[in-house]
Design a protein around this ligand. Structure first.
Ligand SMILES: C[S@@+](CC[C@H](N)C(=O)[O-])C[C@H]1O[C@@H](n2cnc3c(N)ncnc32)[C@H](O)[C@@H]1O
Length: 199
């Protein structure tokens, strides 16, 4: 069942603030600066679209998410969000930059499929993903984290959080050439893929 966090957009935002503290806004600021101005930005699984307020004013934003409450919350704030499945690859809008923030651990084991397809439809892909250091998290703690993080959409029990090694492995799969940079901010790894092609 969907965790209480995913039933209330404001509570979700507050929980994120609590977990990430000041690094939360630093991560969105960093992503917005990496994107720059005048871009068409597409966010996959946008949640409450917290990134939106950090984007340069002349960017055009569209976000997709399957959480109806989150999408309505975005709309109430005048943010262009749609209730759509991020695996509907054929429906992706034209964009310059695609963001996948805090999503891959939700959709595992389809994470690779999402990234492969997103890369085909954008010039630049920015992935932000929480990580833990390369130690084993005890099963009972992992279960607690997973139940709190249950978005009500993805039922696969093998969801995971990236550790540094997993992250490197994952990025290596897409080839060194397209990985522009990786950086850690707070609890997150941020990877920027640059295809350098038109969408
Ligand atoms: C942790 S939230 C991340 C939200 C946002 N990107 C952020 O930075 O706060 C994960 C989101 O993924 C969404 N989600 C999961 N699977 C999805 C799918 N197949 N299609 C659309 N949204 C999905 C959930 O509804 C949830 O809002």
């Amino acid at each position: 069942m969907c965790s209480f966090i995913y039933r209330h957009p404001i509570l979700y935002n507050k929980m994120l603030r609590l977990i990430h503290r000041k690094a939360l806004y630093r991560r969105y600021r960093h992503v917005a600066d990496t994107i720059g101005g005048g871009k068409k930005v597409f966010e996959l699984a946008c949640g409450t679209a917290l990134i939106h307020r950090f984007l340069h004013n002349d960017c055009k934003y569209i976000g997709w998410d399957l959480n109806a409450r989150f999408v309505q919350h975005c709309k109430d704030k005048g943010i262009n969000a749609k209730e759509r499945d991020i695996f509907d690859f054929n429906g992706y809008p034209k964009n310059d930059v695609t963001i996948v923030c805090d999503v891959l651990h939700h959709i595992f084991p389809r994470d690779r499929q999402l990234v492969e397809n997103a890369l085909k439809k954008t010039k630049k892909l920015i992935i932000v993903e929480p990580y833990h250091r390369a130690f084993r998290i005890p099963e009972f703690i992992m279960k607690r984290i997973e139940s709190l993080d249950d978005d009500g959409i993805n039922k696969d029990p093998s969801r995971y959080m990236w550790n540094i090694n997993k992250c490197k492995e994952f990025l290596a799969h897409f080839g060194d050439k397209i990985v522009l940079s990786t950086r850690r901010i707070g609890l997150d790894i941020i990877a920027v893929f640059d295809r350098g092609v038109s969408s």
